[in-house]
Write a new protein. Structure first.
Length: 217
């Protein structure tokens, strides 16, 4: 990577950009943070992001050479390739690699879309009462999905002995609905992983930036 080259992360505290912000901080990669307004509320924020990401979502990452990368899983794999490091992504020949890929894709392909559909359900179901019922069904489905992830979780980290980007996903996503108290009772292995990742000194500034109330700011 060229000296002085910087990434630009379009993000919003508490949102999924925290997963990428944590990785940039972990690797010590220099980046600028472009704070995006609430994409559900602001047409201007959506319009500003759309040329880079047609879905107008965060995370959106501009690489130091100007190329745009969206999709947190693609970003996760790319940053490991670009740094040549395996501390967040097991290498292709590592024993943990298949499980890493399986659960990375499970999180982004199954769990993450439950937020897409339930955060603003009237984008998908116009009638208000039907949208409410739809959102409740999606929230139930999400709890079921988390139950499946809980069954696969190891200790002390998701993959067992080794830390990985999956732990960052768990640390961030367990702040979202159904919320930490639910995880503590219904998904205690995930709650413990999130707790441990939350205590990681290298990530303290990222957690404070994204979840100030939970980190005593
Ligand atoms: N598949 C994407 C999902 C990104 C995503 O859903 N981001 C949310 C914030 S956590 C967002 O920007 N939502 C706005 C919208 O969907 O309109 C990824 O893994 O990066």
């Amino acid at each position: 990577m060229a000296e002085g080259a910087r990434f630009r992360l379009y993000g919003r505290p508490f949102w999924g950009s925290a997963i990428v912000e944590a990785q940039l901080a972990w690797y010590g990669l220099p980046f600028d943070y472009d704070a995006v307004d609430d994409l559900f509320q602001s047409a201007a924020a959506r319009a500003a992001l759309a040329p880079m990401n047609p879905l107008a979502q965060v995370p959106t990452l501009v690489l130091p050479d100007g190329r745009v990368l969206t999709e947190s899983a693609a970003i996760t794999l790319h940053l490991a390739d670009a740094t040549g490091r395996d501390d967040l992504v097991p290498r292709a020949d590592a024993a943990e690699r298949p499980a890493f890929l399986r659960w990375l894709v499970f999180l982004v392909a199954n769990l993450y879309p439950t937020f897409t559909y339930a955060d603003d359900p009237q984008r998908f179901v116009r009638d208000a009462a039907a949208a409410k019922a739809f959102a409740e069904a999606v929230e139930d489905y999400r709890r079921r999905l988390w139950g499946i992830v809980e069954s696969a979780a190891g200790a002390p980290w998701f993959l067992g002995a080794r830390f990985s980007a999956l732990d960052l996903y768990v640390a961030v996503m367990t702040h979202w609905r159904p919320g930490r108290p639910w995880f503590e009772t219904d998904a205690p292995k995930l709650a413990a992983i999130a707790q441990r990742a939350g205590a990681e000194p290298r990530l303290r500034s990222v957690w404070l930036h994204n979840f100030p109330k939970d980190f005593g700011a």
